[in-house]
Design a protein around this ligand. Sequence first.
Ligand SMILES: *[C@@H]1O[C@H](CO)[C@@H](O)[C@H](O)[C@H]1NC(C)=O
Ligand SMILES: *[C@@H]1O[C@H](CO)[C@@H](O)[C@H](O)[C@H]1NC(C)=O
Length: 218
Amino acid sequence: MSFTKGPVILTTVFCLLSGALGQDDWGVTYSSTSICGLKGSFVDILCTYSYPSVTQITETFWHINWSPNTPTDLSLDSRYQGRVEYLGNKVNNCTLRIKNLTEGDVEEKYRFRFITDGPKDSWSGDEVSLTLTDLHITVSPESVKEGEKVTLTCNSICSLSNNPTYIWYRNSQPHKHTADNRLAKDSVSAEDAGRYSCSVQGHAIHSSPEMSLSVRCK
Ligand SMILES: *[C@@H]1O[C@H](CO)[C@@H](O)[C@H](O)[C@H]1NC(C)=O
Ligand SMILES: *[C@@H]1O[C@H](CO)[C@@H](O)[C@H](O)[C@H]1NC(C)=O
């Protein structure tokens, strides 16, 4: 592995990005093209778009496929009716929220499209794919004595989008917020024992099952 290549590659990527997002260019940029959401909850696909400044936007929508020959607005698809909310605008923000996420939602690819009054009259962004996960806690090490260190991890099969804050509960009471998915205790005491669960801020009802932490005496 060569570490010296890192900065060179970064510079190249940066130039490509700033070129693609120039003021007079057409483009759609997503926070990520693979979005990870909690089953049953919602996800926001953060999105911005750009076009030549002389252009007027006439229509904006998200779509999943091209058939029969023109892409149609996702919010008119019976499987998504009432579950998609356009949080963007007709200027530069094309953020989409998909609610009550179901397994079927991961089989589609999502694209933002805008239509203008200009000569080159429409544009669709790249595809965004979706993965769904549940949360579950693992405790490491599995067994601890008073004074030892223990780490609880709130696991998901994909890395949840938009850097959420994690919320921890002990015996069903809110216990702590963490910036990542780990709750570390450097020196456990008997009072730390209990049933733990975790969730993500804004999605509290979709929490993990409870996991017991037991602390043995020294
Ligand atoms: C676009 O709108 C979403 C939803 O309102 C917001 O969270 C996001 O920060 C906005 N993005 C930009 C670049 O303004
Ligand atoms: C959709 O989600 C909302 C809020 O999470 C919930 O109150 C509602 O019952 C859900 N609807 C369905 C049909 O699952």
